[in-house]
Design a protein. Sequence first.
Length: 166
Amino acid sequence: MNRRDLVNAVAAHTGQESRQVDATLKGFTEVVTAVVAKGEPVALSGFAKFAKVERPARMGRNPATGEQIKIKASKKARITPLKGFKDAVMTPSQAPKLAKGVWPPAGGAAAKKASSAPAGGSAKKAAPAKKAPAKKAPAAKKAAPAKKAPAKKAPAAKKAAAAKKR
């Protein structure tokens, strides 16, 4: 599921316009990102916890040589799924129930276009979607043909060549 699919599914589930859902989702990601970047954790109970983790400098070991190396301090983003989310994922019967057609979308893109058509009988029949022409992939480099070994001389020809050298 990508962002567009998520926006459409939430819009279908909540009955809101997809533009409103998209704006809300964009605002949510911006606020969470800004707050976590400042070092403050964000926890959505039953879903996930977003936090910035600072790791101190430490001594480590190069696995190839066994030599001790210094690992510098770093900052990482940590997203931890919480109990409600984990339980729902591990036992799908505990997951929230979605309305029919929310996910997967009922009928795909054709159903979305048909549902957005006016209720009157004057709606035009939707033309089938045209595929964009495929981009031509760069030509693969051909491997150089394998060189063949020189042909072996027949035994009689070898004897004649040896006699000439004498």
